[in-house]
Design a protein around this ligand. Structure first.
Ligand SMILES: *[C@@H]1O[C@H](CO)[C@@H](O)[C@H](O)[C@H]1NC(C)=O
Length: 208
């Protein structure tokens, strides 16, 4: 009896030490609020912990003249459960990452090329704004609305790291103008006039 319980304890300790090391996400299964289920440890290789591709510029030929290349848990399953992730930002001349929030993550941004004007707004509606140069780092606290725009006049690059493997991204203008929320409700809830709402809906692909 004693031996059986000792064996049982060893099995428990052994399996829990593995569970604590990592939980490479099984991204074919569902993503829950706490991430993905773990891929069997026997199938994990070093490549699950390596992401290749952030050396390549994202495509900035779009309405915001900017691109986000994510290495979040969906693209990089080795991050699952570890509370971290990373992405590359490319912002062309005249480009902007519009006002947005990551509901579940704080962000650290490191400029590696050009200059970026970045800011966030606190819950007290205080604005924290700075022009960042190569080598500068700025923090954006969890959940707060923030933006980044090109301040160099030539392509700028930053790498952003998050305190969540799946930080989420909600862009304010897209939430307001890129869906079918009726214009009169957008107007009533934002105090914007009808012409402005209709114009932004048409630019961003919204209806209603
Ligand atoms: C970048 O995106 C634009 C618009 O979607 C597309 O026309 C163009 O081919 C893309 N360029 C590259 C290099 O993928």
């Amino acid at each position: 009896m004693k031996m059986i319980s000792t064996v049982f304890l060893c099995v428990l300790l052994f399996s829990s030490s593995h569970a604590l090391d990592f939980c490479v996400g099984d991204v074919k299964g569902p993503e829950t609020s706490v991430g993905y289920l773990c891929k069997p440890a026997s199938k994990v290789t070093v490549d699950d912990f390596v992401f290749t591709g952030l050396g390549v510029a994202g495509n900035t030929s779009n309405i915001i003249k900017a691109a986000v290349s994510p290495a979040f848990s969906a693209q990089f399953p080795g991050l699952n459960g570890l509370g971290i992730s990373i992405a590359r930002l490319d912002i062309a001349a005249g480009g902007v990452i519009p006002f947005h929030t990551h509901p579940s993550a704080s962000e650290v941004l490191l400029v590696t090329q050009g200059q970026i004007l970045a800011g966030f707004v606190s819950s007290a509606n205080t604005v924290y704004l700075k022009t960042l140069k190569k080598g500068d780092v700025m923090i954006f606290p969890k959940g707060l609305l923030h933006f980044q725009l090109n301040a160099a006049g030539y392509p700028s690059i930053a790498f952003v790291s998050f305190s969540d493997p799946s930080p989420g991204l909600q862009i304010l203008d897209f939430a307001l103008f890129a869906n079918d929320l009726p214009s009169e409700l957008v107007e009533a809830t934002t105090f914007l006039d009808d012409a402005t709402v209709k114009k932004l809906k048409s630019v961003l692909g919204g209806t209603g």
